[in-house]
Design a protein. Sequence first.
Length: 235
Amino acid sequence: MDFALLTLGDTGWGDELLRGLVTTVALAVLSYLLGIVLGLIGAFGKLSGRRGIRLLAEGYTTVVRGIPTLVLVFIIFFGLEAAIGSALDAFGYTGQVFLDAFTMGVIAIGLLSGAYSTEAIRGALVAIPAGQIEAARAFGMPPRLIFRRITLPLLLRIALPSLGNVWQLTLKDTSLISVMGLTDLMRQAFVAGNSTREPFTFFLAAALLYLVVSAVTNRLFDVAERRFSRGVRRA
């Protein structure tokens, strides 16, 4: 192993790896946020009183979780632009549709993150004591106030551990977007390894950088869990 290859500046690949890390973190964060939005929609859809909405939400989680992540990435990469173009053709738009690798990566990983977030949020919603909601209604709280003061804080407290696991899954799955040509951390490590014929050095460096991001974000989730669990009596 030649650690000099990891230095910053013209003689090393440290700059490229750090730029790739920034792209990876940005991709993971945006995908995770998209997943949270989809998870909320999917969770409320699964708990909806309308059978059609429940079937749509169930179909989304079943299909996305049942397809290997790499296959889902390829479907988005090769099919999304064509699907959008066909939809726009129906409205008379004949221009070319182009989506960059980063956008397609956010969509692909966001769909996967959303499927797992749906189950985490649905489980948390089911676990909220019904008596607290009924008490809020008895006090005359409107639905929006009940959601903001009762449902949302309890939802976050219950769902955060599972959503933390979803974040880890999302972060790791971003490595697959390198197959789209995105210059993320994995892509930079692959290029550097091929250029220097030291793949082990760069993939080990990439693994350590992923581990650092994972450890830091785990700490942030731990802090958030304690924040939303204040005042809760533990057995």
